[in-house]
Design a protein around this ligand. Sequence first.
Ligand SMILES: O=C(O)CCC(=O)C(=O)O
Ligand SMILES: [Fe+2]
Length: 319
Amino acid sequence: MIPESEPLELPVLDVSQQLCTSSLSSLAAACKEWGFFLIINHGISKDIYNKICTLSKNLFNLPIETKLKLGPLSPDKTYTPHFIASPFFESLRVSGPDFTDSAQSSLDVLLGENDSEFSEVLQEYGSKMTELSKGVLKLVLTAIGDGIETKYYDSEFKNCHGYLRINNYTAPESLDEEAEGLGMHTDMSCVTIVYQDEIGGLQVRTRDGKWMNIIPSEGTLVVNLGDMLQAWSNERLRSSEHRVVLKKPVNRFSLAFFWCFEDEKVILAPDEVVGEGNTRTYKPFVCSDYLRFRESNEKGRFEKVGFTVKDFAGIGFPM
Ligand SMILES: O=C(O)CCC(=O)C(=O)O
Ligand SMILES: [Fe+2]
């Protein structure tokens, strides 16, 4: 069994403030070392989480036959049933930029009717998370080097898009051993912003292989850097390896907002980001080819680390 890490001071960023040089350098260190950090004062209210949680529970409580109308064999494929990622995990995807439309079409299939309250609240959440993701990404780029954000944000990141996964973890019946709610994985995004409810269970892996608990705290969101940023930055930014463990016999709820490059984007670290005298560690690749590689590969599928962006495009890593 892998030991759990001693509690360490986690990087917390106040995103309502202009960051000073020392906060930027601790942000850069956190992004390189951990691949994640926490944010506060992000302007997303507790109220919106409660609403999404309550409304989503009604959907997850529908019979499985109904939910499977959006399952992996359906045209929409927006619902991931239990036993794909883990026996406990199920998830509904809502895609931007028109979150209302995406939520509405899922609801039409599930309920056969409109639920404007649900689609409106998801639109509000999606728009806020879009703005937050852009802001967070700009901060990360600013942190990794002078002028990087100014030079590359517009040219490289302006076509990014977001989608939301509403995750529901059913309560494990027996807790003789900790149940794995979601196995260790990396996200395929540039950045992912996660809200976890008060149950907790999100863990991030340190470079020396220890698991660090991310204790939930009201008003705090978790930012995980994803594979796309790891490759684009030539590993100056680390893709966070994380998982969810279920330690209590209760339902757990989370929202993960993925901010990603457009499918056709060719990912190649700019020379200035690689830095003089450093070796390039990734071949250029098309974003959608990597997504397909992860989906089609048993070990890379959904949530299993085994085949990641390093295996796909890392120089000196045979595919
Ligand atoms: O449920 C969580 O806290 C994390 C979910 C997650 O990592 C994901 O959906 O990729
Ligand atoms: Fe994740």
